[in-house]
Design a protein around this ligand. Structure first.
Ligand code: HEC
Ligand code: HEC
Ligand code: HEC
Ligand code: HEC
Length: 158
């Protein structure tokens, strides 16, 4: 027996070290794990409330169409009919909520149209693409194309 526990000091020291490690771990865990973590598994429950508190930026197409019902009429049958309004117009929840207070602006067509139609090898070849400078020169795209139904050519289009 004397031989077996002859070096028990080592064991006691090792056990104390482990214990100290566990205590440090528990303290750090209590300090750093945010409140609500674990309520829904590996997720911080408070994040839901924080996200819900963000102001809504997008109104959605249904809201736009309630006031601008002429736009879907124009768009019908064209290539842009299925694009959501705010994909082109940007987030406009504030405008939809109070159009008198928050005005919407018409997008700058040369910038907007090129975003989707400038040549890009990442796009399918059958997707309509034009070199803006070559195709339009200095003119705005909307000088010839109706924005909501671009196959419709305006008067004066070549
Ligand atoms: C509650 C009614 C209402 C809603 C909802 C609404 N608008 Fe408007 N919108 C107006 C009014 C009123 C004007 C200003 C009058 C005008 O020029 O037709 C306007 C103007 C605009 C203009 C500028 C028109 C111009 O001639 O400069 C754009 C673009 C526009 N709205 C887009 C949108 C989009 C996109 C949405 C959906 C996110 C939307 N609107 C939702 C009522 C609304
Ligand atoms: C968010 C991306 C996007 C933007 C921005 C955009 N387009 Fe398009 N456009 C499309 C898609 C998608 C189609 C349908 C392509 C298809 O049917 O293969 C299309 C089709 C077209 C066509 C072919 C005719 C048709 O109706 O299918 C023309 C011309 C066109 N767009 C011009 C324009 C002009 C001018 C602007 C700027 C006012 C513009 N586009 C902005 C995505 C976009
Ligand atoms: C492909 C991009 C695109 C989409 C999708 C789009 N718009 Fe537009 N919209 C434009 C551009 C560009 C103008 C400016 C046209 C101009 O200056 O001649 C415009 C103009 C407008 C205007 C001003 C009046 C007019 O008709 O010119 C309103 C209102 C409007 N859009 C509402 C909407 C609504 C509502 C939707 C969804 C149903 C929508 N737009 C979808 C690009 C788009
Ligand atoms: C001077 C008038 C004019 C202007 C300005 C103009 N277009 Fe066009 N665009 C046309 C005509 C006409 C066609 C149809 C004949 C053709 O395919 O060339 C067309 C066709 C297109 C097509 C379809 C090409 C295809 O392969 O089917 C796209 C996309 C297009 N235009 C985008 C734009 C964009 C983006 C702008 C602004 C940078 C613009 N257009 C400015 C007259 C114009």
């Amino acid at each position: 027996m004397k031989v077996l526990f002859g070096h028990k000091d080592h064991l006691v020291r090792m056990a104390a070290l482990f214990l100290a490690g566990i205590v440090v771990f528990l303290v750090l865990k209590a300090v750093f794990v945010p409140k609500g973590f674990g309520v829904y598994g590996h997720y911080r429950a408070g994040a839901l409330e924080e996200n819900r508190a963000h102001p809504v930026a997008y109104a959605g197409r249904a809201a736009c169409v309630e006031c601008h019902s002429d736009v879907p009429e124009t768009a019908k049958g064209g290539g842009h009919a299925f694009i959501r309004c705010e994909a082109c117009h940007g987030p406009l929840a504030a405008h939809a909520g109070d159009p008198g207070e928050h005005q919407a602006v018409r997008p700058e067509s040369k910038v907007l149209c090129a975003r989707c139609h400038a040549p890009n090898v990442a796009r399918p070849a059958r997707f309509p693409q034009v070199d803006p400078a070559e195709h339009a020169g200095d003119e705005a795209c909307t000088a010839c194309h109706t924005a909501h139904n671009p196959r419709q050519q305006k008067e004066g289009a070549k």
